[in-house]
Design a protein around this ligand. Structure first.
Ligand code: ZN
Length: 500
């Protein structure tokens, strides 16, 4: 009797990979009961495809070699599925060895006869020992035990969950950088919303046949958070206007991201995984992002802030602002290091504090480069908005810091006193900080605003932890210092006011 599986849109499993696979199956086959082996073969034919290369086998019936078109698992699925084609028995003709058939790419469910509980859905059914080809998260269960407690012995899956695990490869979004890194992404929400998302958003945005990835991202690098932010910016950019999404697609995205009056109540989550491709995938990190609606709101505020300074294309300018925190390294400057961008993206994705990394980038990268450039036009507007919206910083204090930072950076450039800015940046406690400010008054003949002079209980200045005050002042000052001394060709790009 053939094994059958039931595809039921009202029964999510709750695991992001398996649910995405279920959605792929539901969209391809529709709800109903199906022969498991039939579905397996149809999935296989989508995941294993012709490579464009020709091989030879020996046709024993005809008594001569014949050509066939080679087939392999499509990249990057081939990093996970390690089942090779079966060439049949081999024969030797004129000292050359031939297979006797084109390799058959087959995998079987290998279900055990006696039913037991499926580790994924809890159903009692014939189960199979899950292998990597069904489910990439089995690569390293030790490391991901938090996600799958109690399955260190390996995972037993029913036929439906195993097939959904395989179908997950048809619903993921991925981005690769050659042999260095592979990121992949899976959205998750309730099953009806996930189906809608897949049908009208994910599928239309997916591109095929590109070894760099199956989705466009506004920015990408070797790290997980910067690339995740790049994917989200790309999606956010499609909500108001899109050349690839239908009106229905934009509407679905707007509802899921909370960009309309009646947002979808189903929370939208994004799972991002990064690893090294190699022979097999070596997983390095798995992250879950849950604040997508708040992120979208922040994105819209950013665009407004950029419109206020007459940005011609606020989305593009925002992308370029968030992209800038990297530098080219190596003898031929052929290698991009973007660790600061990744950490800043991480802070943004989690609504944390990106300013220490911006400070580090300015002082350790920009200020030490041969040609020293300030931050891109609009950067401070964008991050001032972040200070206000996310870190609840008082606008008055922000303006005091920006104004004094500007005077400080400009005067330091005029007096050739870059060292003072480093002393400020390196201040380790409030006493250090005030000692540097004292030096500033003395050497640059500047008056420190009185708002900064009162240290309060808990080492706060005007209600803000002293170290954030110091960090912001360092950023404003160094940026003005760099802008004042920037090479001439930079003045066009950076001429707009960035003091906010
Ligand atoms: Zn199951």
């Amino acid at each position: 009797m053939p094994t059958t599986i039931r595809l039921d849109p009202s029964r999510p499993i709750g695991n992001f990979w398996i649910d995405m696979g279920l959605v792929v199956l539901l969209e391809q086959f529709g709800p109903g009961t199906y022969d498991a082996n039939d579905i397996l073969q149809r999935l296989r034919s989508r995941i294993a495809q012709k490579t464009g290369n020709i091989g030879q086998y020996y046709d024993e019936a005809a008594g001569q070699p014949r050509e066939y078109e080679k087939i392999n698992w499509v990249y990057p699925t081939n990093l996970f599925i390690k089942v090779s084609g079966q060439p049949g028995k081999k024969v030797k003709i004129n000292d050359k060895e031939y297979p006797t058939q084109p390799p058959v790419f087959d995998f079987k469910l290998d279900l055990k006869k006696k039913p037991s509980l499926c580790d994924m859905c809890g159903d009692e059914a014939p189960v199979t020992d899950a292998k990597m080809w069904m489910f990439p998260f089995l690569v390293d269960l030790q490391r991901f035990a938090n996600f799958y407690p109690g399955v260190k012995r390996g995972m037993r899956l029913c036929a439906r969950c195993a097939l959904a695990g395989l179908a997950g490869y048809l619903g993921w979004l991925w981005k690769a950088q050659g042999k260095d890194v592979l990121h992949f992404f899976i959205f998750h929400t309730d099953l009806p919303e996930l189906r809608r998302l897949y049908r009208v958003v994910i599928r239309p945005l997916t591109v095929e046949g590109d070894r760099g990835g199956n989705v466009r991202t506004a920015l990408a690098g070797k790290y997980i958070h910067e690339t995740t932010l790049g994917l989200l910016l790309e999606l956010f950019g499609q909500v108001r206007a899109s050349d690839r999404l239908s009106d229905e697609g934009r509407q679905a995205l707007a509802e899921l991201l909370g960009a309309v009056e009646n947002p979808s109540p189903a929370p939208l989550m994004l799972y991002a995984v990064t690893g090294i491709p190699g022979q097999a995938f070596n997983m390095q990190a798995l992250r879950e992002f849950t604040k997508l609606q708040s992120l979208y709101r922040l994105y819209e505020r950013w665009l407004e802030a950029l419109r206020l300074i007459n940005s011609a294309n606020p989305h593009q300018q925002l992308v370029s602002i968030l992209s800038q925190f990297s530098t080219r390294q190596g003898k031929k400057k052929n290698y991009e290091e973007s660790i600061w961008r990744d950490r800043i993206a991480w802070a943004i994705l989690e609504f944390g504090d990106p300013f220490p990394k911006i400070e580090q980038f300015l002082f350790e990268v920009r200020a030490r480069e041969e040609k020293k450039y300030p931050l891109r036009a609009g950067t401070l507007e964008v991050f001032n908005q972040y200070l206000k919206e996310v870190l609840a910083m008082d606008e008055g204090l922000q303006r005091v810091l920006a104004g004094f930072g500007h005077s400080l950076g400009t005067a330091a450039q005029e007096h050739n006193e870059m060292g003072l800015l480093y002393a400020l940046r390196n201040a380790k406690n409030p006493e250090d900080f005030y000692r540097v400010l004292n030096d500033v008054q003395f050497r640059l003949n500047l008056t420190v605003p009185s708002a900064l002079l009162n240290i309060e209980k808990g080492e706060r200045i005007a209600g803000v932890p002293w170290v954030r005050v110091k960090t912001l002042l360092s950023i404003y000052a160094m940026n003005s210092f760099l802008r004042k001394g920037a090479p001439a060709e930079a003045s066009d790009v950076n001429s707009t006011s960035m003091e906010g």
